[in-house]
Ligand binder design. Structure first.
Ligand code: BGC
Length: 483
């Protein structure tokens, strides 16, 4: 009897053990299946984001064609191709003291720049920065500009050594603004989004931030023909020959050309590798159907694309256990976090773990999930950088600096000899995110080929929008000696 009981117990234990084992096996199988689904999400993303050089060349061509269409008529393209009326660029001969106002999204800066002529170096310009009080960001532009105007007055009055000068100071001011402005002249314009005119006394030039960057680039190096910004937003401007503009717009200028603010963030082409994450991001944004190129490239959006993919992955599987509620918060991943995770070279991906803990409040994310997130950042950033390179390729093609001639009024000129060509670049996405920069260079090289690529130099221009605006104030000031 006793033996029978022991046997019965043993059988029960064995059955229970089998049941536990089969539950464990079942769980493992389910978990493997879920992991495969996550890998499937990544593989699908990779495929949709692919940018082989053939596709990049299609984007290059589309950009050049759209540039032409945008110049030909207002509204002729999603590229605004705004005339800036900047028909000369600083050349190093400028002299005197000039001021600049650089208004950004959350702060504004006033700068004082001393120019000594003969391309003298611009040593540590005097700069003062102020945050824009949040209530003024949603207030009327009059209130905002009242605040800015009094800050400028105080800055100018304080003089060089910080002491209050007896005589109220006067100076020429350049103004740079990181938004699309339809200009009426070099010193006045209408902000396209706010449709509000503005005018500041003694303001001799008012330009987009890309134009300031081109001005500073050109001051240092006369081969600079274009400027590109890769920051929170993205945009480009370039020097266009007068005949190309005249043909298109019947415009007469006395000099050889004019800077065109492309507002390339709004570029669109069916060749762009768009995913469902991009479409959703766009439809939930405050500007649906606008800034499509910017939403695939710029610092404002890279983290948001990554978040959307991660959310889908965590819904498909249990990579984070239950779906973290914070993963549903738009824009919770900022681009510096994406670059820090992407470039984490510690064996245990410690930085990735730290950011996930800080942002999503999940401690101890398994290593294989951290590795997956690094791959995800790589796919999103690589696509952005390669498309950015295609954008630059498009400008070079339009102005005949890609080795294939230029598109002029629909005809292609092939007699243009390749010259040293400098593109000024600004913005922390390019300067601080090494992988973005490297992918961009690699793609530009692929697009241009080894015969042309060595002639094209991307030059980082620090503080282009600010100092460049002061240089343009000098260029357009009657007091400045221009050669
Ligand atoms: C704006 C451009 C600006 C760019 C870079 C974009 O969002 O539309 O005007 O040049 O950001 O700051």
């Amino acid at each position: 009897m006793g033996r029978l009981m022991v046997l019965g117990l043993a059988v029960t234990v064995a059955v229970a053990a089998c049941a536990v084992a089969s539950v464990a096996v079942g769980r493992r199988v389910r978990s493997r299946r879920k992991w495969r689904r996550v890998l499937g999400v990544l593989a699908e993303l990779e495929e949709r984001c692919a940018t082989p050089v053939g596709k990049l060349k299609q984007v290059v061509d589309a950009m050049a064609v759209e540039m032409h269409a945008g110049l030909a008529s207002e509204g002729g393209s999603k590229l605004k191709m705004l005339l800036t009326f900047v028909d000369r660029l600083p050349n190093g001969s400028e002299k005197g003291t000039y001021y600049a106002l650089d208004v950004g999204g959350t702060n504004f800066r006033v700068l004082r720049v001393q120019l000594g002529g003969q391309r003298s170096s611009i040593l540590e310009p005097h700069v003062e920065q102020q945050a824009i009080p949040p209530h003024l960001m949603t207030s009327t532009s009059e209130n905002l500009f009242d605040l800015i105007a009094s800050a400028i007055k105080e800055f100018v009055d304080r003089g060089e050594d910080g002491s209050k000068t007896l005589v109220s100071g006067r100076g020429k001011l350049g103004f740079t603004f990181p938004f699309p402005v339809k200009q009426r002249s070099v010193s006045s314009g209408i902000l396209i989004k706010w449709t509000k005119g503005f005018h500041i006394e003694d303001m001799v030039s008012q330009v987009n931030d890309t134009v300031g960057t081109l001005a500073l680039g050109h001051y240092h190096d006369e081969d600079t023909v274009a400027a590109v910004i890769f920051g929170t937003g993205t945009n480009a401007c370039y020097w266009e020959r007068t005949d190309a503009i005249i043909k298109c717009q019947g415009l007469l200028t006395t000099s050889g050309g004019m800077v065109i603010n492309m507002e390339w963030g709004n570029f669109w082409s069916s060749h762009l590798p768009r995913t469902s994450y991009d479409t959703d991001l766009d439809s939930h944004s405050s500007s649906p159907n606008d800034q499509g190129f910017e939403k695939m490239i710029s610092g404002m959006y890279l983290g948001e694309v990554v978040r959307r993919v991660l959310l889908r992955m965590s819904q498909e599987s249990d990579i984070f256990g239950t779906v973290p509620s914070r993963l549903s918060l738009p824009f919770i991943f900022r681009t510096p976090m994406i670059s820090a995770m992407h470039e984490d070279d510690s064996p245990g991906l410690i930085e990735v773990a730290r950011i996930l803990k800080d942002v999503l409040e999940i401690p101890d994310v398994p290593l294989k999930v951290r590795k997956l997130i690094v791959k995800l950042c790589n796919v999103v950033t690589r696509r952005a950088a390669r498309l950015a390179a295609a954008g630059i390729g498009g400008i070079l093609k339009k102005i005949g600096r890609d080795g294939s001639g230029s598109i002029t009024g629909g005809r292609t000129r092939t007699d243009v000899k390749m010259r040293r060509t400098v593109v000024a670049v600004e913005g922390s996405l390019y300067t601080s995110y090494t992988m973005f920069r490297e992918y961009l260079h690699e793609a530009l090289w692929e697009i241009l080929g080894e015969d042309i690529a060595p002639h094209v130099i991307l030059k980082v221009i620090e503080d282009g929008p600010g100092i460049g605006a002061a240089l343009l104030a000098a260029t357009y000031s009657k007091d400045s000696v221009c050669g």
